[in-house]
Design a protein around this ligand. Sequence first.
Ligand SMILES: NC(=O)c1ccc[n+]([C@@H]2O[C@H](COP(=O)([O-])OP(=O)(O)OC[C@H]3O[C@@H](n4cnc5c(N)ncnc54)[C@H](OP(=O)(O)O)[C@@H]3O)[C@@H](O)[C@H]2O)c1
Length: 335
Amino acid sequence: MRAFVLKSYAHPSKLSLTTDFPEPKAGPQDVLVDVYSGGLNFFDILQCQGKYQNQPPMPYVLGAEFAGRVSANSPIPKGCKLKPGDRVFGAAQGAFGEKLATPWTNILPIPDNISFDQAAGLFVTWPTSYEALVGRAQLKSGEWVLVTASAGGVGIAAVQIAKALGAKVIAAAGSQVKLNVSKEYGGADFGVDYTKPNWQQEVLQITGGKGVDVIYDPVGLIQDSLKCIAWKGRALVVGFAAGAIEKLPLNLVLLKNISIVGIHWGAYTKKDPEHIPKVWKDLIALLSSGRVKPVVYSEVFPFERLPDGLVAIEKRQTWGKAVVRIRDESVMARL
Ligand SMILES: NC(=O)c1ccc[n+]([C@@H]2O[C@H](COP(=O)([O-])OP(=O)(O)OC[C@H]3O[C@@H](n4cnc5c(N)ncnc54)[C@H](OP(=O)(O)O)[C@@H]3O)[C@@H](O)[C@H]2O)c1
């Protein structure tokens, strides 16, 4: 099969497509999936350079997020309600290959109104943002939310989920294009360019001096954002896209009676597995309703050009979810 196979550590720009890699074999709890679209992530860039925590023995197929169909020759383990041909999405090592094997408990059916390209970037970003806002920050209708990196993978999902919950959303991003995306595709009410000095003053002005009730921060801008948090606000620590793990003077927490709240979605698998299906039940209902729409970057990268997609992420050029098209559904339908 065709796949991006890691044989030795390399910068993503040096990767090339292998055309004859053996197809995966299914384990006892696995289904086989024909992959149609793959979601690109910053950690893919780290993985191919040996800088990521998960480093399987080489050679192995890169990629983590995918959408596709249960293969015609897939075994169906006991308890699995899926059948060959079903549209599914999930996360498993090997997403950047034409076929993968994954435990059936790791995949979900794609709602009818969601395309393969959209579904390829759902599995990590959407439950992260949903659990952050709903489970951790207990966001209420009518509250003000500030989302940093608002056009990024988790950010644009957070903007849409907050809007669907009835919040007023201020998008903060690093360019006018990304602010436009946050408003046009995300539905953000206001946009603020956080590369400009004193951007927090703009947020205070927008909120009538009150500040925001909830900060959703995947960048590492908590301390900066606290300049515009409201009394008793909640600041969600989602990630450190800017590279540095923030340290915080705790007097800032005391002075405004605020809460600093962490979210690590991946940890729920071990710490709170019963909660995961509840989040997905709510999210699938929300996605199926059409009130939110996963946002895919304007250029869907053809399979051979996957390295260009990873380089674009590295250069901070992409918005929404960057996606690689591995099989074309219309071509498959004609076969
Ligand atoms: N806590 C969890 O469970 C969880 C789950 C998923 C992801 N995350 C984390 O959330 C963060 C964002 O993930 P994502 O998928 O949304 O990434 P993404 O789509 O690549 O977006 C990241 C955005 O961060 C902004 N940014 C600011 N400074 C940056 C810098 N120095 N380098 C690169 N980007 C910078 C950029 O937006 P601007 O150009 O607008 O500044 C960029 O588009 C990552 O750190 C990821 O590990 C956490």
